[in-house]
Design a protein around this ligand. Sequence first.
Ligand code: SF4
Ligand code: SF4
Length: 222
Amino acid sequence: MIIAQQKPLEEIVESLASYKKVLVAGCGTCVTVCLAGGENEAKDMAAKLELIGHECEVVTLERQCDTEFIETLDEEVSKYDVILSMACGCGVQFMAERWPDTIVLPALNTSFYGVNRDVGYWTEMCQGCGNCLLALTGGVCPVARCSKSNFNGPCGGSQSGSCEVNDDTDCAWQLIYDRLKRQGKLDCLTKMMPVRSWQTSRDGGPRAIRRTDVNVEVEENE
Ligand code: SF4
Ligand code: SF4
């Protein structure tokens, strides 16, 4: 899921300074799970903003990255001076795109694709490179989890299983080695990975996926 965290309150307050009526819009999916922008956080944010004089209403959409949910606000948005989106950057932009005359501001810093390891603890696992090679690396991603995104083994800074960047960060290549060894697949490490094309990643520009094999049957009202 997408992991995000709230911006410092002072930054949010400053961005809202010239607006009175605020729609605080929570998002019901990833940012709810990572306790950054769901219904509870949206209500909490609204309460804080009301203390400094804003008039707030709160709405929590199932997903702000999906037209079928944001379109439910089409008739509402003109009532507010600003929408404070508690979604990831996708939700903020999708709402801004839908209502060109409406100010939509972000309440979160969108951080990474990650997993929930413990209460209040998330770690990065994937960078959405568009060409997954986990089958070759024992299910450990060298793109996201090696600090240098090394593709053919560890750098010289790997020490006792930790990354040189931070003792608390596992060396991804140690994890890859340990896992391949356990699975009797160390031969994977003898195959040199070719120079990679990053065109499938961000380096190829903004990406889009269009499925032409998807047929959605729309039921017509009789
Ligand atoms: S190889 Fe690419 S798609 Fe696969 S987990 Fe890593 S970043 Fe994500
Ligand atoms: S120590 Fe390991 S994880 Fe850190 S940069 Fe080097 S190879 Fe990558």
